[in-house]
Design a protein around this ligand. Sequence first.
Ligand SMILES: [Zn+2]
Length: 277
Amino acid sequence: MTSKTRHRLPVNFLKNSIVILSTVIFFGLFIVDQASAWGPMGHSIIGEIAQSKLLPETKKKIREQLQTRSLANIANWADQVKKRRKQKPWHYTNIPEGILEYDRRRDCPRGDCVTEIIPKMAQTLAKPRASLKDRREALKYLAHFVGDIHQPLHLGYASDRGGNRIPLRYRGRNTNLHALWDQGLIQRGGKSLVQYARRLNCNRTVSIRLKNLREEVIRWGLESRKIVLNSVYNFNVKSGLSPNYITRSRVILNRRMCKAGTRLAGILNQVFAFNRR
Ligand SMILES: [Zn+2]
């Protein structure tokens, strides 16, 4: 090794370190951002459940009018466009700590939170004179946001960004509370989405009157909120997540996905029952 190369080594080493460090920071930020919504799997499972509960005429109208064959396939689109369209607040509603009550003036003064967006999208979808583009987008937003409102931490606290700022270790990996409830708790165990959705045995169907949709949606949000207040934060930060916490949370999450899929189908069956086009 010449003295020249020996002299250069530290400079190259420094350069390489900066490149590696920037890459780590970049991907680190990317992962945190990705964690800020119910994971792709959760939304797809909800889409599958809903699809299985659509009435034949609803399925036909969605296919023929909106060229959509699978709700699971469109259920993640809203997450893909949220940054570009500056729609991040549409995906959650923050409520101050300790409160089990939704107050629009306090919690969503601009009407751009998940609790207010769902009824708006259902209205657009049901509007006979809305453009095809708007109705297709409304379907995609609905398929996503009905999922989001059932993920408890989408009705969380602004102070920890819905659990995104609560770091955790789970199955030997670093994660955070929001990501755990988004996807960490969903264990497919080699099953396909369809198999997973079937295994949840969501037998009920519901009929949701569009006239009452806003009240219904707020009720769904408060169910999520109750889980946040009673269960989601019930672990010791120092000792980490107990097996009991994981088991109980998994049961809750599976129930929420079931409800989300059932209710999404309930909305769509109503919208298309009255749609004469
Ligand atoms: Zn979302």
